[in-house]
Design a protein around this ligand. Structure first.
Ligand SMILES: Cc1cc2nc3c(=O)[nH]c(=O)nc-3n(C[C@H](O)[C@H](O)[C@H](O)COP(=O)(O)OP(=O)(O)OC[C@H]3O[C@@H](n4cnc5c(N)ncnc54)[C@H](O)[C@@H]3O)c2cc1C
Length: 372
């Protein structure tokens, strides 16, 4: 008898399943996808939207359309929590949906662990659509301001560096007033990077006049300033929040045993050890054996294994393990046609690295082009 599969979120690790929905339906199963947006925006190309090298509609997949075309049900909304005993998920609207098997690929969010005022001039980098809004605000400021514009980036990780680099690109291409960029990196820029990778990024950003502020933490972000501990006030006209992405808090709310930072623990089968009908992939999971970085290529590779294992679980067949293959390649777009590629032992940077990153991103978009 057919089973009911629920896909929570439509991120990288679910794209392979979404593009094979027809096969799941052919085997008599029902599929419901819950996602807040009708589209999925590829975060890897998000900084390029800010910098102006990509259009927002060029970096997205039409998730709702793909689901409905293949006979699935698409529900717009956020999953608030799950009740694993009853095998239901509860949405922000209060609606509950039952499942026989569920897979979570709900990604990460910008945590609100610093005081942040609400308002136009403060923009979290997720959801990715925000980056187009940040670009419009920046260009307007550059066109209308009578004094140099100050843009701040809160965060010291890879996406914060990409955002700072692409703010630079946006201003360089636009002209108008000059732009001062401050990158508030906490204790240290790219803390988890090898020294050489950190040094290269630091040199590229500083070479463009981007001020990197380290050894201090942001405590508060106001409409017109960033406040640092101890008691420093840095004026800011536009502030982007890119401070450490963390898994969404669904699993804690659901009373599940959680992994580091609230992630969903999964075995090598991408299956929760306590509740075998729960699977997951991407930034929201914690792979118990380790070896998986929070990069989109890794999340995408999990998609095939998730597809196999969800079908196998629903049909009583053996599951297959996911092989993390060590650290995945990290590719960054640092703006102004400069890229950084970092593998286990090697680092490349410059224009060729930018082209290689573009190649990976565009190939990825082509892989799922049927969903565009
Ligand atoms: C600005 C930026 C730039 C990046 N650049 C790179 C890069 O160059 N290279 C690289 O390897 N990695 C990069 N990353 C990291 C990379 O994008 C992530 O590792 C990858 O996107 C993880 O994929 P995911 O599917 O787990 O999450 P996501 O891409 O975040 O997708 C999660 C999906 O779930 C949905 N969702 C969220 N909450 C809920 C809910 N409660 N209920 C239902 N649905 C929900 C979201 O709307 C989203 O569609 C970048 C990240 C950012 C933010």
């Amino acid at each position: 008898m057919g089973k009911h599969l629920v896909l929570a979120g439509s991120g990288h690790a679910h794209l392979f399943i979404l593009s094979n929905l027809g096969k799941i339906r052919e085997r008599g199963h029902q599929v419901t996808v819950v996602s807040p947006s009708d589209f999925y925006y590829h975060p890897g190309m998000g900084p390029g939207v800010l910098g102006g090298s990509h259009r927002l509609d060029a970096i997205r997949f039409a998730t709702r359309h793909a689901v409905e075309k293949n006979g699935g049900r698409f529900i717009s909304g956020y999953i608030k929590k799950a009740d694993p005993q009853q095998r239901i998920v509860i949405l922000d609207t209060g609606e509950s949906i039952s499942y026989d098997a569920i897979s979570f690929c709900v990604g990460s969010r910008v945590p609100r662990d610093i005081l942040i005022e609400e308002g136009e001039a403060i923009v979290p980098i997720k959801p990715i659509e925000n980056l187009l809004r940040a670009r419009a605000i920046l260009l307007n400021l550059l066109s209308t301001s009578e004094k140099p514009v100050v843009a701040s980036v809160v965060g010291g990780g890879p996406s914060a560096c990409e955002i700072a680099g692409n703010l630079f690109q946006a201003a360089k291409r636009h002209g108008g007033q000059s732009l001062l960029i401050h990158l508030f990196a906490g204790q240290m820029l790219l803390e988890r990077f090898p020294d050489r990778g950190r040094g290269v990024v630091r040199q590229i950003l500083a070479g463009r006049g981007i001020e990197i502020v380290e050894n201090s933490y942001v405590t508060e972000v106001k409409q017109d300033a960033v406040i640092l501990d101890p008691n420093q006030n840095w004026p800011s006209d536009l502030t982007l929040i890119a401070s450490g992405l963390k898994p969404v808090p669904i699993f804690k709310r659901s009373g599940l045993t959680i992994g580091p930072e609230g992630a969903l623990p999964v075995s090598c089968f991408l299956q929760n050890p306590e509740h075998p009908e729960i699977f997951g992939g991407g930034d929201c999971i914690y792979l118990e054996k380790g070896g998986v970085d929070k990069v989109w290529i890794g999340a995408m590779r999990q998609g095939r294994v998730l597809f196999h294992n969800l079908m196998a679980f629903m049909e009583g067949r053996p599951l297959k393990p996911f092989d993390p293959m060590g650290n995945d390649l990290l590719a960054l777009n640092l703006g102004d046609k400069t890229g950084l590629l970092m593998g286990k032992n090697r680092i490349y940077h410059g224009y060729i690295a930018f082209l290689v990153k573009e190649f990976f991103d565009k190939r990825f978009m082509r892989t799922f082009k049927a969903m565009k």
